[in-house]
Every structure is written in structure tokens, then in C-alpha cells.
Design a protein. Structure first.
Length: 477
């Protein structure tokens, strides 16, 4: 097959997939892995199958994948597709460079530097530095590594005994902090989960109590991690108060704004991150609310030299890094060697819509979340399970006259929803309660699609209450 024909066939499939997001259809055709593996040819052949077979394999994949660009997709903290970002993803893959040196990635290096400077300015880190990472989990780990570097400056050279080092997070923080504790060498037991208020925000007074308890028990407080947009509720910790405590106690303050960082674009909602400029480091995922193709995440630090020391292992790579390019090579601020160009897609998308476009998007998503919240509150059998600060809407069925197990009821409704494949909404927990968590971070979501979601859930709820079998659930949306 000629190259031009093959590329045209791929292009046709891309356009068809994107347009299908505006047409009636399902988010997924759910099959258990045992069934999918039986009906799909996954074998790796001795002799190649050729390019025509590649197109067939792509068609098979597109039929079975979850359609994350559909308005009914509200499951994780991301969704939809930014078309300028898609273009950047394609061109970055086409040019296939790596981001360690200016020599290898000249314009890409300048683009990444421009993005990091701008995002740093928005956070309040004028004169800071940063790097694009593999996601918020990696950004949280970098924040903790910087904290370790400040507390034990020799740790990158001689190692350290982390058994007394203690970090503090909200009890509703992302699980990646446990991964970070493992990687940096302090262990899970040295992550203290600080109590939250009824809205899921860290109690500053509880943080102070935990720090004092650590000191009394001979531990060494070295880091506190605030969350700006928790995974389930979308809650924002009181960043300014926590920064004041961290400064007083002499410990590093990292802000996990992977989900909520985009609030900074909005004049209406930017106050959710008040005080972030007083923190020491921040992570912010552009692949979440900003809609960039996975992965596109920034780690930002106020003091560049600290991140440079954490990543100083690259200095021995004489085959990559040279003194004359010390001030421009992005690899000197990264834990990675080979690193793909994730900057181009964000730069193109930002150039397309500008700050004003991002602000409008944030405000629209918040309005849509407010609409869903109001519909839940008006529903006779639904209960809002948490106050709403961001675009996470947490609710469940809780009929007054129901004497069964509400967790089993809501789990069964969600199972049937997934079996239908019309919508995809997360099943989560708040305390011991099983809930639905709908996330508004998809540009195709509308008031209509949200109303239809509640209609389907209500039909499924009525079926469960009546004891009907699952095949009598809602029809295709």
C-alpha cells in the first residue's frame, strides 16, 4: 500500500471517530476480558500481515475502545478531545524527538520553556522553573523529592534513612502520595492523613496538631501536600492557611493542583487557589480540565536550583549535556532521559483559544456542574452526597421509604448502567457510602446530556426497585 493511501485511510478513520461523538451511540460495548480476548485476534505473527491488516486492526480497536470523546463520558477527571491538541500530538509523534537537549529539540525546548514560565507566573512563581512530567503522580513525587532535598541536602548523593521523615496530606488526597513515599524512601507509614472538614478540605488546626505529635514522637516533619481539587469531591484545601503553617514549621509545601489548577484562568473561580503563590511547588495537569490528549502535565517550582539539584544526575551524561547549553537544556530539570514532546499540543491549543478561551471553558463547566447539582437536589429519590466546590457532582439514590442496603442499591444501578454502555460515570465512596461521581470536564457535555444521564439512572433505579432483570433497563440514549 502506498504511503499516501495509507495516511489518507488513517485520516478518514480519525475524522469518522471525531464526528461519531456528535451522533447517537454508546460510550462502550462492555465485554468481560475473557470474551474480548476470544473474539479478537491478538497474536503476534512470525511473518508480518502487511499494511492492509494494520487498517483492519485499527478498525477492530476503534470498535471496542471506550468512546471518551462522547458527551456521555463523565467517568474520570478528563474527557473529550481538543482538536488543536490532537494536531500537536500527531506532529510531535511524527517528528519523534526527545526533550533532553536544545540541540535535539530546538523549537520544542523554547515552546516548553514558554509554557512553564507562563504557568509559573499564573501560580505566582515568577522566576521559577519546572518540567513537563508523566502526570500528577509524578509531579507529586517531584514535590516530595524537592522537599527531601531541602531537608537532607546530601540525600541524592549519599542516600538517607527515611524512617523518621514524615509528610502530611489530606485524608482525601490522591493515592499517588503513597507511591511517592515508596519511591523516595520514607514508606507508607510516614504519610500522615490529616482530618478534613465536612466539605472534604484539610483542617489547618488538625495539621498543626499532627506536626506537633510527630515532633513529640521523634519524627521529622519535612513536607505537607495540599490538594486543589480532590479526586472524589473536587474539594480545595485552604492553601494559604496551610502555607502559613508550613512556613512557620520550616517544611516544604507542595500543592497537588493536577485537577483544579485550571481554576486559575477564571476570574470567577480562581479564588479557589488563593495562597498558592506562597507554596514551594505545584503540579498541574493540562490533560484534565484543559482537555489536552494524555499525557500533558506540568511540575512547577519556586526555586529552580532545588529542582536542578534533584535532577543533577544528568550532569554526568557528557554525551548529552554540554556546558554551553546548560541554561537551556530541559533535561537538566527532569528525572527522565528520553522524554516525548508534550509541549507542542499544549502550546498549539493555548495559541488557538488564549487565556480567555480557557476561562470561558472553566466557567461553562462550572455552570454545567451547577445545573446537574440543581437537578439532583430537585429529584425526589436522589441525594447530593457532598457540597460542590469544583465540577465533581457526588450523589446517590436514597429514597425515604427504602429499607434495603443503599450501597447495594446504588452499586446495582451503576452495574446496569455500565452494562447498557450508554453512559460512563464513576462509582466512588464518601466514607462508607457508595456514590455516583459525575465529572464535568468534557466539551461535548451539555445540559441535555446531563438531564438524559439522570433519566437513564432513574429508569434503572425504578427497574431495580421493582426487581426487574437488567435487560429491562434503559434503552440506548
Amino acid at each position: 500500500m502506498e504511503l499516501e493511501v495509507f495516511i489518507e485511510e488513517i485520516s478518514n478513520r480519525i475524522v469518522k471517530y471525531l464526528r461519531a461523538g456528535d451522533e447517537p451511540g454508546k460510550v462502550a460495548d462492555p465485554l468481560p476480558h475473557t470474551s474480548l480476548s476470544k473474539i479478537t485476534d491478538l497474536k503476534l505473527p512470525i511473518e508480518g500481515n502487511g499494511m492492509n491488516a494494520v487498517l483492519d486492526d485499527i478498525d477492530t480497536y476503534l470498535r471496542s475502545c471506550v468512546k471518551t470523546n462522547r458527551p456521555e463520558f463523565m467517568n474520570p477527571l478528563w474527557g473529550g478531545i481538543n482538536t488543536a491538541g490532537l494536531a500537536g500530538e500527531i506532529i510531535a509523534t511524527l517528528t519523534n524527538t526527545s526533550m533532553y537537549t536544545y540541540e535535539l529539540a530546538p523549537l520544542a525546548t523554547l515552546i516548553e520553556q514558554t509554557l512553564l514560565i507562563r504557568m509559573g507566573e499564573m501560580v505566582g512563581f515568577s522566576g521559577g522553573a519546572g518540567t513537563l512530567t508523566t502526570g500528577g503522580s509524578n509531579g507529586n513525587m517531584l514535590g516530595m523529592l524537592c522537599a527531601r532535598q531541602v531537608m537532607v541536602p546530601t540525600s541524592t548523593q549519599t542516600g538517607f534513612d527515611g524512617r523518621t521523615m514524615v509528610a502530611y496530606v489530606s485524608s482525601e488526597s490522591h493515592y499517588s502520595v503513597l507511591m511517592s513515599a515508596n519511591v523516595i524512601g520514607i514508606g507508607h507509614q510516614n504519610i500522615i492523613k490529616v482530618a478534613c472538614d465536612e466539605d472534604g478540605c484539610m483542617h489547618p488546626s488538625a495539621l498543626e496538631e499532627e506536626i506537633q505529635r510527630t515532633r513529640r514522637e521523634g519524627g521529622v516533619p519535612f513536607c505537607v501536600i495540599s490538594t486543589a481539587g480532590t479526586t472524589v469531591r473536587g474539594s480545595f484545601d485552604p492553601i494559604k492557611e496551610i502555607s502559613d503553617i508550613a512556613l512557620k514549621e520550616g517544611i516544604w509545601h507542595h500543592v497537588d493542583a493536577a485537577w483544579g489548577g485550571s481554576a486559575l484562568f477564571s476570574s470567577k473561580h480562581g479564588a479557589l487557589l488563593d495562597g498558592v503563590e506562597s507554596a514551594d511547588s505545584v503540579c498541574w495537569d493540562a490533560h484534565k480540565m484543559m482537555g489536552l490528549p494524555l499525557i500533558c502535565s506540568a511540575f512547577l517550582v519556586k526555586q529552580p536550583e532545588i529542582l536542578a539539584r534533584v535532577c543533577a544526575h544528568g550532569n554526568v551524561a557528557h554525551y548529552l549535556f554540554h556546558e554551553e547549553s546548560r541554561n537551556i537544556d530541559a533535561g537538566r530539570y527532569s528525572l527522565q532521559c528520553g522524554r516525548r514532546n508534550d509541549a507542542l499540543k499544549l502550546w498549539l491549543a493555548w495559541r488557538e483559544c488564549g487565556d480567555a478561551g480557557w476561562a470561558s471553558m472553566v466557567d461553562r463547566y462550572m455552570d454545567l456542574a451547577g445545573h446537574l447539582e440543581s437537578q439532583v437536589l430537585a429529584h425526589d429519590d436522589l441525594q447530593l452526597m457532598s457540597s460542590r466546590m469544583w465540577t465533581n457532582v457526588c450523589f446517590r439514590f436514597s429514597p425515604e421509604d427504602y429499607d434495603g442496603d443503599l450501597n447495594e442499591l446504588n452499586s446495582e444501578i451503576r452495574r446496569r448502567m455500565m452494562q447498557n454502555g450508554n453512559y460512563m460515570v464513576s462509582r466512588s465512596n464518601i466514607g462508607d457510602d457508595v456514590i455516583f461521581r459525575a465529572v464535568i470536564s468534557n466539551p461535548k457535555i451539555s445540559e441535555h446530556s446531563l438531564d438524559e444521564l439522570l433519566n437513564e439512572l432513574t429508569l434503572l433505579y425504578n427497574d431495580v426497585i421493582r426487581g426487574l432483570p437488567s435487560e429491562h433497563g434503559a434503552s440506548s440514549a
